[in-house]
Design a protein around this ligand. Structure first.
Ligand SMILES: [Zn+2]
Ligand SMILES: [Zn+2]
Length: 213
């Protein structure tokens, strides 16, 4: 591989693996396994962003700044697009063309979620390529809870306050199954939920996530 790929991309192979198909980061839904490899050969912006991820000593701000370009490239660039605009456009494309409910997970990640993803990717890449790497996971997309590291998903609510108040369930059970309206929409139960009030069910903010969900 080194003979065939060098010098173009050999040194960024760890990034190409970590950005989309690595068990210790997260997966970008809908981005094919081989796409980053194709993009690095054809897209100068993507290549520049990738180089940043493979360079020692970058700050969280450096990484967040470069992931914007990388993700817009992976999800299909149009002039003036931002990540959130891309997500919005993709949603409308799906609403107008799909005959079933649009699955939120099939959209590009929000900018907040993508930022945390990119921090984990940088941490993983540096851990692989730099034997002296001493980055603290808590600064790079992970949080310590109950003495284990969990990935930070986002620091924003899943939807605007007004929308969250419009979706609620009336489950008689513990909101474990996808028949729970809140769970089905990827939301945690809230005070608006008829029975559980977002407190005493398995989909409430305080409950542990189900292993199989
Ligand atoms: Zn419910
Ligand atoms: Zn509930």
């Amino acid at each position: 591989m080194k003979t065939r790929l060098w010098p173009l991309i050999c040194h960024v192979l760890p990034l190409l693996h970590a950005i989309n198909i690595c068990d210790t980061t997260s997966r970008l839904f809908g981005v094919a396994k081989g796409l980053p490899l194709k993009k690095i050969k054809t897209d100068a912006d993507f290549k520049t962003a990738v180089e940043t991820f493979c360079t020692k000593g970058k700050t969280t701000a450096d990484i967040i700044a470069s992931v914007e370009r990388a993700l817009i490239s992976l999800y299909g660039r149009r002039a003036g697009d931002t990540r959130d605009m891309l997500r919005y456009k993709r949603f409308w494309e799906k609403v107008t063309s799909s005959i079933t409910t649009v699955r939120v997970r099939s959209l590009p990640p929000t900018s907040a979620a993508a930022n945390y993803h990119s921090l984990r990717v940088y941490l993983q890449v540096q851990d692989w390529i730099d034997t002296t790497c001493d980055l603290q996971p808590e600064m790079w997309g992970w949080q310590l809870s109950s003495r284990r590291l969990d990935p930070c998903i986002t620091d924003l609510p899943p939807a605007p306050e007004l929308l969250l108040k419009m979706i609620w369930c009336n489950c008689k059970s513990d909101c474990r199954s996808k028949r729970c309206t809140c769970r089905k929409h990827g939301l945690e139960c809230s005070l608006a939920s008829g029975e559980c009030k977002g407190i005493d069910c398995l989909n409430s903010p305080s409950s542990e996530p189900l292993a199989d969900y």
